[in-house]
Design a protein around this ligand. Sequence first.
Ligand SMILES: O=C(O)C[C@H]1NC(=O)NC1=O
Length: 243
Amino acid sequence: AFCIQVINPNTSPEMTETIASAARRIASPGTTILASCPTQGVESIEGHFDEAIAAIGVLEQVKQGKAQGAQGHVIACFGDPGLLAARELASGPVIGIAEAAMHMATLVATRFSIVTTLPRTVIIARHLLRQYGFEHHCAALHAIDLPVLALEDGTGLAQQKVRERCIQAKREDGSGAIVLGCGGMANLASELTQELGIPVIDGVTAAVKMVESLLALGFGTSKYGDLAYPNKKPLSGCFDMLS
Ligand SMILES: O=C(O)C[C@H]1NC(=O)NC1=O
């Protein structure tokens, strides 16, 4: 039985719920999901500035999750904000949804496409592909050109745009799989997989299963080298919460 913390790095309660329900749906029977989002920060993450703010909230949540017994952590934002810093703080595995979805896509197809929200986050996804070494696996990146919280506005427009973009990507890119580029798309993957007949991969569910796998294998984050716990030093002002 595992306890896995799933962190929505933005402060949207609706998106936290979307993410939490996807994580709980896929979790093994014995796995408890602790879903959370930062108490302060930014309601959606749509660029480098937002990610810098969100990363502090991720660290605060990881610290709290450890205290609540979390054995592993998921960072449920497609920019994987604060991933390496969170790995320094954590004992258990920490997996970002972008890396999780990308890894999974490479296991089932030779090429994958990414469908995300805004054009500017396409650029950030490109940075991640390079950082993770998946550039040559990714055939194309697409944006639905709607803000992240359009996924939670109840109109269904963003969901329809994601569906259209996935259909277009399958037709045009020659990709065998599609990666959904937002935590708020977590509830769309299984229906789109059925409709398109190819793996449409959401990073929230992928990351939960990867954390479960690492825990089942007895692996946490390696604390040898640059992911060792941070050097002890006084943290001033609002950062005291991270001491
Ligand atoms: O980068 C994106 O478009 C999506 C990313 N932003 C956010 O607030 N949650 C996410 O998954």
